[in-house]
Write a protein that binds this ligand. Structure first.
Ligand SMILES: [Zn+2]
Ligand SMILES: [Zn+2]
Length: 317
């Protein structure tokens, strides 16, 4: 199973601003070795060994990932990152109108569907896009997003064939060579849906836009516990720091400390923060990662690895 990240920002697309770019640039220029570089290779080596917040950007596109099993690749959510993924897919069968693409939607807040009108495979006749979600009126919602007041081309006039499949409670779907997908309804305004991918003995769970609080940890919840238990990789909404989550109680997102607490309860092996708060800089997100790792140590969990989702990375399970 291969998971690729095309959008990891929460709520709204967040391009890198000049101030942040200049602050990175200043720090990089201040550590250039005396005598400079002799060639391109030396420059590339220097860039690769920079601290993460200087070597990379976390990325400003909203939620979109792809999951591959064998030669089959599906998409989860179509935030603004779907534009980037769509352009890449055009190089393959999707560019010739010969692709069949499965798309799993967690929920229809804008940051998770705003990439649909910009997903170029939908503009090519012959492509088949299968939308899966527990939302009974998903088709109507996507039509509404593209009514003439909001977008020049109606959804139904996009030339690809669109199919809609409503996931029923407890349904298990087959995908790729030997991969099963099921889901769980999450606490979030209007609801959100987590997806679990199981292939051979590995499991990957994508749980974005969810609010777990201390109250959850005080009670038994067999359904959630069974769903998340022993995941090899859990990518989870960790939009806020603990302090901010107190101010934004009931906004539908989880604090990074609570993500660690939950991952510990569920015996998860690797957890990755996603749905990053738009107002957080790369530096702040790296700091959040450090806080998350420290919190993991403090509560005595030596088995959990903690990561930060970043645009352009991929994870193989
Ligand atoms: Zn969201
Ligand atoms: Zn949401």
């Amino acid at each position: 199973m291969l998971i690729k990240f095309f959008g990891v920002r929460g709520s709204i697309s967040t391009p890198l601003r000049t101030n942040e770019y200049r602050s990175k640039l200043k720090k990089v220029l201040s550590i250039i070795p005396e005598g400079g570089f002799l060639n391109d290779d030396e420059i590339n080596d220097f860039i690769v060994q920079l601290p993460d917040q200087l070597s990379y950007i976390t990325g400003g596109n909203t939620t979109c990932i792809s999951v591959s099993s064998g030669n089959h690749e599906c998409i989860v959510d179509m935030g603004s990152g779907a534009r980037v993924l769509g352009d890449r897919l055009l190089k393959g069968d999707a560019g010739k109108g010969k692709a069949e693409i499965d798309v799993f939607i967690t929920h229809t807040h804008w940051d998770h569907i705003c990439g649909v009108p910009f997903f170029k495979p939908l503009y090519i006749k012959g492509n088949i896009i299968n939308f899966h979600s527990p939302i009974m009126d998903l088709h109507e919602r996507l039509q509404y997003q593209q009514t003439e007041r909001f977008f020049p081309l109606p959804f139904d006039q996009m030339p690809a064939t669109k199919n809609f499949h409503t996931i029923t409670p407890g349904e298990v779907m087959n995908f790729g060579e030997n991969c099963q997908i099921d889901g769980l309804l999450l606490k979030h305004p209007g609801g959100s849906f987590a997806y679990r991918f199981k292939e051979k003995n590995k499991s990957f769970i994508f749980a974005t836009d969810v609010e777990f609080t201390g109250e959850y940890l005080e009670h038994r919840d067999d359904e959630s516990d069974n769903f998340f238990q022993n995941a090899d990789l859990l990518v989870m909404d960790a939009q806020y720091t603990l302090d901010e989550s107190m101010q934004k109680f009931d906004w539908g997102h989880t604090s990074l400390s609570m993500v660690i607490n939950c991952a510990t309860r569920w015996n998860v092996k690797n957890v990755m923060f996603t749905h990053h708060e738009p107002s957080y800089s790369d530096l702040k997100l790296m700091d959040n990662l450090r806080i998350g790792k420290n919190h993991t140590k403090r509560i005595g969990n030596r088995l959990l690895n903690v990561y930060l989702a970043r645009e352009g990375i991929f994870v193989k399970l």
